[in-house]
Design a binder for this molecule. Structure first.
Ligand code: ADP
Ligand code: MG
Length: 550
């Protein structure tokens, strides 16, 4: 019978007790049962194998997907006196590590998944007692997961080669389908799954459409003291954002995989040490970073999936104090995601589609964000959380079905090739040389949108139709029908828009939009005409000009 783990929890790790499901996981592992632990980021998954590795005879082999992550883990384990080593291609002390393993002097041996297919490695593992296989980031084994890594598929034969060594799979981010798949792929029985609560009640989830993302994030920073992460869509984007936000007076840094490794490491270290720094990063940033006092995480664009969203926002407020997660999204993010989806192998498309729909539901909901998030992960959640934008400030809804039909008719009648601006001109009846040339004044849809209320809805409706895949933008920005158009035109499907008051702007000069005004860089007089018409109509609108669609 293994030793009682509690004294070791105090003496080795310095923790007063187990947290959440750690105890049940450790108990199963110590009893030699195969286990899948699904625990949110920051819940303390590492302890679930580190503690058994100290308690049990033999070495615990830890499979981890990233070398950087392994080295972080190694440092942390060594710091508390665990005998640990990594066996990776970049380690210069491989011979010494192998010798230590053979002498039974290692509690933990971190390896990359591709080792699994290496016969010399398999042979090595037979030369000393093994306590446990721990498979970190286990969702990588599933094609349903958001981060499939084919190398993880090499693990099963290795595990099966050592049938008496218990396995512990760990992940923070697995929906139901992915969990079931992990169990199958790694040969863990259904009753071996332990799922921790996913709720992070101190995080306030807020989601808004993009308007001027840099300004929106500058506003967020102005009202949110403390250190924060801004996730950007591209490497160049992180640098631009860091530069723009630096004007606010807050220290900022950029972080992406293309930076010089020394600069990157220094930026990360500066951030971890700082109490008010804003780090603008690609998603390469965050895994394995232990900074409990991150006060906000902003997304300048859609995350890859609801799992990534949960994981990335989960880096805020690990200390339990209030923190903010603010996502800014645009309809084009969804269009891009759909495009990417069509490019993945057919076998994975179904999973991608489900994931995209889940993200759409989160962004689109007039209801509680936390509910959608938690239920996605299979947690029970009440309808009201009291700490997300929609619960705190319930949005109103407006029926925009008629305007949506007008937009679709205009797109159809003009031949499914014109952009958003032109469709707007046609519907509001603003003549241009182009419309005259095309003879579009003669179409039945000309000037069909005449009331201020309808005009205010035009842009948001087009966004909503893009989001629903009722409209698609082609490579030249022209709008054409998507599969969702039929339901609205033929089956009386409703299109309702969510109204949410725009936040007060601070002293900064107004560059934003009202009633959908956009910048007119070329000083085009026709554009001015349209703008004037919009202004005139907006002045008498009863629908607030800031109507937006979620
Ligand atoms: P995960 O891998 O689940 O994201 P980690 O294993 O990195 O989480 O642990 C997150 C933090 O929680 C670490 O700082 C760790 O020291 C701390 N921690 C883990 N278990 C406990 C515990 N029982 N009591 C207090 N702190 C803990
Ligand atoms: Mg971890």
């Amino acid at each position: 019978m293994p030793r009682d783990p509690l004294p070791l929890l105090h003496s080795t790790f310095g923790f007063p007790g187990f947290r959440g499901v750690q105890e049940s996981v450790v108990t199963r592992v110590l009893a030699g049962d195969n286990t899948l632990a699904v625990m949110p980021t920051g819940a303390g998954k590492s302890l679930c194998y580190q503690l058994p590795s100290v308690v049990l005879e033999g070495t615990c082999v830890v499979v981890s997907p990233l070398i950087a992550l392994m080295h972080d883990q190694l440092r942390a384990a060594t710091a508390v006196g665990i005998r640990a080593a990594t066996l990776t291609s970049v380690d210069t002390d491989q011979m010494e590590t192998i010798a230590r393993f053979r002498r039974g002097e290692l509690d933990l041996l971190y390896v990359a998944p591709e080792r699994a297919s290496n016969m010399a490695f398999r042979e090595l593992l037979t030369q000393a007692p093994l306590a446990l296989f721990a498979i970190d980031e286990a969702h990588c084994v599933s094609e349903w997961g958001h981060d499939f890594r084919p190398d993880y598929r090499l693990l099963r034969p290795l595990l099966d080669h050592f049938p008496h060594v218990p396995r512990l799979a760990l992940t923070a981010t697995a929906d139901k389908v992915t969990r079931d798949d992990i169990l199958d792929q790694l040969g863990i029985p259904r009753e071996g799954m332990i799922v921790a609560g996913f709720d992070r009640p101190n995080i306030r989830y807020t989601i808004s459409p993009k308007d001027n993302t840099t300004r929106q994030i500058a506003d967020l920073i102005a009202e949110t003291p403390g250190a924060g992460i801004v996730y950007c869509q591209s490497r160049a984007g992180t640098e631009k954002m860091a530069e723009a936000l630096a004007r606010s007076g807050r220290p900022t840094r950029a972080y992406h995989a293309g930076l010089d490794p020394q600069v990157r490491a220094r930026n990360q270290a500066d951030f971890v040490a700082s109490e008010d720094m804003v780090i603008c990063a690609t998603v390469a940033f965050g895994m394995g970073i232990d900074k409990p006092d991150v006060r906000f995480v902003a997304h300048a664009g859609m995350p890859k999936s609801i799992e990534s969203y949960y994981q990335e926002t989960g880096r805020a407020g690990r200390d339990g104090d209030p923190a903010v997660a603010h996502l800014f999204w645009g309809a084009e993010d969804f269009a891009k995601a759909r495009q990417r989806m069509s490019e993945v192998e057919p076998a994975r498309q179904a999973g991608e589609r489900v994931r995209l729909q889940a993200l759409g539901a989160l962004v689109e909901t007039p209801g509680c964000r936390r509910k959608i998030l938690l239920r996605h992960f299979g947690d029970d959640a009440p309808d009201y959380c009291g700490n997300c934008d929609n619960c705190l400030n319930p949005p109103g809804a407006v029926d925009a079905t008629e305007v949506a039909k007008k937009v679709l008719s205009a797109v159809f009648r003009t031949g499914q090739s014109f952009g958003m601006g032109y469709i707007e001109q046609v519907l509001t009846g603003v003549s241009t040389e182009r419309s005259l040339m095309n003879g579009h004044e003669a179409l039945g849809v000309w000037g069909l949108v005449s009331s201020a209320d309808e005009l205010a809805l035009l842009k948001p409706v087009i966004r909503a139709l893009l989001l629903r895949d009722a409209l698609r933008a082609n490579d030249f920005g022209g709008l054409e029908f998507g599969p969702g158009a039929r339901g609205i035109l033929k089956e009386n499907e409703e299109v309702s828009l969510i109204l949410q008051p725009k936040r007060e702007r601070r002293g900064r000069g107004r560059s934003g939009s009202s009633a959908g005004t956009v910048a007119n860089p070329s000083g085009d007089p026709l554009f001015e005409a349209l703008r004037a018409k919009r202004r005139a109509l907006a002045a008498e609108a009863s629908v607030p000009p800031y109507v937006i669609f979620h």
